[in-house]
Structures are given as C-alpha cells and as structure tokens.
Design a protein around this ligand. Structure first.
Ligand SMILES: Cc1cc2nc3c(=O)[nH]c(=O)nc-3n(C[C@H](O)[C@H](O)[C@H](O)COP(=O)(O)OP(=O)(O)OC[C@H]3O[C@@H](n4cnc5c(N)ncnc54)[C@H](O)[C@@H]3O)c2cc1C
Length: 489
C-alpha cells in the first residue's frame, strides 16, 4: 500500500463487508477487512472450519455460485495486496482523530505518511487480549446483526439454543445440537434452520411459528415485488413437507421442561391478540429447542462514533453514509434484510467511499442496479418484519421466577418489582436497580426482553465499547500517540 493510496477499513467480512471491500479494492482503494471470525463469509456464507475438511461444503449453503464468485474475486485481491484480511480481530472501538496536519505538530519529526483519520482498535485471537490498531482514512461498518430471543419458563435449560446458533453449529462445525428438535419462535430464519437440521438427520418434531398466514395475504402486494424470495420460501416449505416436518403456525412455545437438560416443550395456539388459547397446549418430547424471535442490528461501533441511530439501526443516506463524515455502514447493521440486501448495500457503500476518498462526487448511476435491488428488498423486508413480529402479550407468559438476564441471573420478578414498586421508568434505571443488562453481553441478549416485560421504551443502548476489553489494554490504549506508530500501522 502506498502512502498516497486511500485506505478503507471495513469491519465485518459478511456479505455486506465483502461486497464493499471488492467494490473499493477494484477501484484502487486499499482495504483492510477486519473480522472477528476465523474465515470470511459472515453468517450467511459461513464455511465449515478448514480442519474438518468437509467433502461437500456446498451441501448446507444457499447461493453457492454467488459465494464462489465473491470468494474468487477476494482471492485475487488478497494475492495482489489490494485487500488485507485480518481474521480473528474483534473490533472494540473506532477512534476518530481530529483533523491533524504535519504543520500543526511543529514539535514532531515530519511523519513519512499523512495521518489517517481513524483508528480501528481490535483484540486479537480467541483470547482477545492482544491489542491491534488499524489506521484508516475512512471506515465502513458491516457488523451484521444478532438474534433476538425472548424468554419463557425453562429457556435457560441446556438443550435450548438459538435458531441461528443451531445453524452456525451445523454450517461451521458440521455438528447437530441433538437428536430430536423443535424449531420455534418467529422469522424467516426458522425455515433454513428446520430444513437444515432435518437434512442433517435430526428428527424435527415441529416447526412452531407464531406468525399468522393471513398477515402474509394482507401484504401480498408488497411481498410479490420479490417473487424470487417467495419462491425461496416456498422451496423451504416444500422441503419441510417432503421431510414430514409438522408446521404449527399461530403457535408459540409456552414452556420448556426438564431437570438437568431439556426433555420436552409445551406449545400452544395463540389468538389474534397473541394470547394463548386455553386448552390448546400440547407437550412435544425433544432434546433440542432451537428458538429465535427475529434479528437485531449490531450498532455498538456506530454508537461509540456518535452516528445517528434510528430506532434500533444505524441511519444511512442513499450512498450508505452515516451522519459522521468518513463513516459508511452497510448490511444488517443498517436494518435487517437478508444477504442479498447486504450485498447491494455493501456494493453501494464501497463505491461511494471510493469516490469520496478521492475527493470526487460519486455518480449514483454507476450503482443503479444495486440501488434498485436495495429499494425492492427494503420494501420486501419491511413487509416481512411486520408479518414476523413477536406475538403481542408474550411478556405475560413469563413467570416471575424466569431468569431474564442470563449474565447476571436477574429474574422477571425482579425487573417487574423495579418498575412496580421501586418506581423505575426507563431501562437504565431498571438496570441500575437490578443489574439486568450489566453483565458480559451488556444487555444484547436481554435488552428487548426487559423492555417488553417492564413496558419501558427500548432505544439505542449507548455502549462505549463494542466488546469487553481487558483493563490493561484500556490503560495502554493512549500510549501510541500516532496511529502510524502502532503495530498494524
Ligand atoms: C447466527 C445467524 C445465523 C444465520 N443464518 C442464516 C441462514 O442460514 N440463512 C439466511 O438466509 N440468513 C441467515 N442469517 C441472516 C444473515 O446473517 C444475514 O442475512 C446476512 O448474513 C447479513 O449480512 P451482513 O454482511 O450484514 O452481516 P453478517 O453476515 O452477520 O456479517 C457480519 C460480520 O461482522 C463480524 N463482526 C461483527 N461484529 C464485529 C466486531 N466488533 N469486530 C469484528 N468483526 C465483527 C462478524 O464476525 C461477521 O463476520 C443468520 C444470522 C445469524 C445472526
């Protein structure tokens, strides 16, 4: 990389980050791809770990041809030195430097390279104790999303896993979480999870989906704008039929049962208001419950940079720029919408960043096809997220003794008491009174649940650090005065 060459740090090597990296690297920008995983691909293109030497890696994958195309282009850019991939680098903060010039630093020797505007701070490897600093002229956030799992009695039993977790075990480690599974919750992710588990030999006793099929019909017009997605969904449904997986719509898991681990779940039908219809409960024996209630965007790095957060996602303009100059965002961090939308947004972000890093006004006609696809997909997923909203009144079924915050072992009863008896009126006060959200995950897992149970509004979490950071690393963080002096500089 030459000193003059603009340098873009892309955080996240999923579909969005990869599309952005390829778009920028192909147009003369040096890209550093920072990702916490050991291989590129993100969630959608997750590959079996190399050590497993999978004989048919494509067996568990969708859109294999697109992935091959991306992988081959990436290999070419890596070999040519246009892209540097930093695997197992967990970004915990992006630092924005004041606009510094050499003539503003008379006390220092002239710097051989112009100062970069940002430093991405990351922790290396599984131990996450070794700090690394990546200097960059611009930053593109493509950190994806994470699963929302709402609590219910018994959800902390061993054997209860998230739907995406079950999928990640299958795709990444080629292992199944158990022998007899129920897949439950709401959202399109349940379909590939149920079919994937069944194809891998798990006996899938039921797919329990709380959404009402009538809700699809009501939005048929908007959903029909992406017939390819409807065909994809129909394909999963046909596969479930073929494998004789029972699908229970407008049903929910009421309770998971077991002593040391999961033995069965009780499911029940819900009415139009999302309340359990008495007398419809049935018990299904299983050793695995793969459960999920949709996804939430990762916004931590954007929040610490001061980017505007709209509801739960990062705000971006038509070019995928955040409102902080020099910071772009793409993919599920800007709203949940699947891999194809992430690819389109990443491509636009990469092209916009390339032009602006060269001081040029980008020509949006150049990405018209991606913009068209982005518009249609955003509309499709807005309709889909309305269909797959978690059932209203789910919180009423959470008993007082159910643990809500797993890190700090705080029960639903405690958070209700914080509001009902101690007068808490917002999530921050509930957290201070009960410790819910104060543990390792910093409320990522329990935030939506505590909000639902207490009735407090859920806003941006404002986490200063995106990852837990050792105190020693924090203490030394200011030592390297200039980002170019740091190890990766
Ligand atoms: C567990 C899980 C399983 C899924 N399985 C499927 C599936 O089977 N089929 C399907 O259609 N959709 C699936 N999805 C949805 C799918 O992930 C998205 O549609 C798509 O991958 C989004 O692309 P993205 O590039 O925005 O984010 P992602 O693919 O999520 O990529 C984000 C990348 O950012 C990295 N990252 C995040 N935070 C940091 C950080 N602080 N520092 C460094 N790196 C970071 C992650 O390691 C990841 O590689 C799944 C989602 C999840 C969470």
């Amino acid at each position: 990389m030459s000193a003059e060459q603009p340098h873009l740090a892309v955080i996240g090597a999923g579909p969005a980050g990869l599309a952005a990296a390829l778009a920028a690297a192909g147009r003369g920008v040096h890209v550093t791809l920072v990702d916490s995983a050991d291989a590129v691909g993100g969630q959608f293109y997750r590959q079996p770990t190399a050590a497993l030497r999978a004989r048919r890696p494509k067996a568990l994958h969708h859109q294999w041809r697109t992935w091959r195309r991306i992988g081959e282009a990436l290999d070419r850019h890596l070999a040519a030195g246009h892209i540097t991939h930093l695997p197992e680098h967990h970004a915990w903060c992006v630092e924005k430097h004041p606009d510094r010039r050499r003539d503003q630093r008379p006390d220092r020797q002239p710097n051989p390279q112009p100062p970069r505007r940002f430093t991405v701070h990351a922790l290396l490897g599984p131990e996450q104790e070794t700090p690394v600093a990546v200097p960059a002229d611009a930053v593109l956030l493509a950190t994806g999303g994470y699963e929302n799992v709402l609590p219910f009695p018994g959800w902390t039993l061993p054997g209860v896993v998230t739907a995406g977790g079950a999928q990640a075990m299958l795709k990444g480690a080629l292992v199944v979480p158990g022998r007899a599974a129920v897949v439950a919750g709401t959202g399109p992710l349940l379909l590939p999870v149920a079919t994937g588990l069944a194809a891998a030999g798990v006996s899938v006793a039921a797919l329990v989906e709380s959404a009402d099929p009538k809700a699809f019909v009501r939005r048929a017009g908007r959903l029909a704008r992406r017939p390819d997605k409807l065909v994809e969904g129909a394909g999963f449904a046909a596969e479930l039929l073929r494998r004789r997986v029972r699908t229970l719509v407008r049903h929910t898991v009421v309770e998971a049962h077991g002593v040391d681990r999961l033995e069965a779940v009780t499911v029940a039908a819900i009415d139009a208001q999302g309340r359990v219809r008495p007398g419809t409960e049935r018990r299904i024996p299983c050793d695995t419950l793969a459960v999920g209630h949709g996804m939430l965007p990762h916004t931590d790095l954007a929040e610490s940079l001061g980017c505007r957060i709209d509801g739960v996602h990062v705000y971006v303009d038509d070019e995928q720029r955040t409102d902080v100059p020099g910071v772009w965002a793409a993919g599920e961090t800007t709203g949940i919408g699947g891999a194809a939308l992430s690819l389109a947004e990443g491509h636009i972000a990469g092209r916009s960043a390339t032009a602006r890093l060269r001081g040029r006004e980008p020509d949006s006609h150049a990405w018209a096809a991606a913009a068209k696809s982005r518009g249609a997909l955003r509309e499709f997923f807005a309709a889909l997220s309305a269909v797959y909203a978690p059932p209203a009144h789910w919180a009423e079924r959470v008993t007082d003794d159910t643990v809500v915050c797993r890190c700090e072992e705080v029960t639903a009863g405690s958070v209700r008491e914080a509001v009902g008896e101690l007068g808490a009126g917002d999530l921050r006060t509930v957290k201070l009174l009960t410790r819910a959200g104060m543990g390792w995950c910093q409320g990522r897992m329990c935030g939506a649940a505590v909000a639902g149970i207490t009735g407090c509004r859920e806003g941006a979490a404002r986490r200063l650090l995106a990852r837990p950071v050792p105190l020693g690393v924090l203490a030394r963080a200011g030592d390297a005065e200039d980002p170019e002096d740091t190890p990766a500089g």
